[in-house]
Design a protein around this ligand. Sequence first.
Ligand code: NAD
Length: 307
Amino acid sequence: MKALVTGGAGFIGSNVVKYLLEEKWDVRVIDNLSSGSKLNLNKLNIEFIESDIRDPESVLMACKDVDIVFHLAACVGRQKSIDNPILDSSTNLLGTLNILEGMRIQHINRIVYSSSAAIFGELETSSIDENHPQNADSPYGVSKLAAEKMILTYCGIYDITGICLRYFNIYGINQRYDLYGNVIPIFAKRIFSNEPITIYGDGDQTRDFVNVKDVAKANYLAAITDKGTNVYNLGSGSSITINALAEMMFKCAKKKSNIIYAPNRIADVRHCKAKTDKVLNDLGFKATINLEEGLLEYLNWFKDYLF
Ligand SMILES: NC(=O)c1ccc[n+]([C@@H]2O[C@H](COP(=O)([O-])OP(=O)(O)OC[C@H]3O[C@@H](n4cnc5c(N)ncnc54)[C@H](O)[C@@H]3O)[C@@H](O)[C@H]2O)c1
């Protein structure tokens, strides 16, 4: 099998690439390196196209002679999308349309899409199944939802099977620190830099963290399933408070930071975890990496990357 992985130089994409290579697949990556790094693909035997999914010609070339597309390239994050909504939608929605057109023209009939729990927006329950109302409340949530719907629409019109995986909070190796980063890399940077960490609200809000190696496996299972087009929530199915996460990270890093409590941020949800029954029943996917073990491995990797 030969796969095209869009955004393959990114955090999750590079882990998907590694997984596919371990399964003896051939892999081509298209990435413009805007947030990804070639370091993530170091020593991996792949074909790399440094190009932009907003460019239809490059996408058409990238889609040539592949059997399946894993589509991860995106402008990622709520705040980033509020700061630059045009970049967000041109990448996440129009970029996805370019991929679908590339697939249609090159007769590729399978796509696994990295969607996001951001499509749900404000949550009405704490345990989220696939039918939870979709009230995306950021340009990012809207563009990821629109891309998901565009994929499902193409699957309805053409001979394409599409599996959309809506990720909750992903962490793990190759997740670097950046301005718009997620809580785990931010805490990791502060802990190793002997700086205090900031927790918004009382810290008893909960989140569902899933290790990127589990996510890479889910992408593979989505690629080989004989179930048809569908959408799945992808999380560990359990949650942890941010206070407990901080303590677990102190324990794993063998270092402690002071905690500063700041006022709640607007739009921060109180409790959130994925319902995992559907993805278990259909794809046989269950997250297997225990959070503490995953954090230990991540923090060891992070220390090397930081210093
Ligand atoms: N990290 C999470 O917790 C999370 C949660 C939900 C969904 N997702 C989704 O997972 C996917 C991967 O996210 P990630 O966390 O690995 O982010 P990332 O920023 O590390 O990866 C995105 C990759 O896409 C590339 N890219 C961006 N714009 C591009 C363009 N126009 N053309 C070509 N390449 C481009 C970047 O260079 C990068 O390598 C995204 O689709 C994101 O929406 C991530």
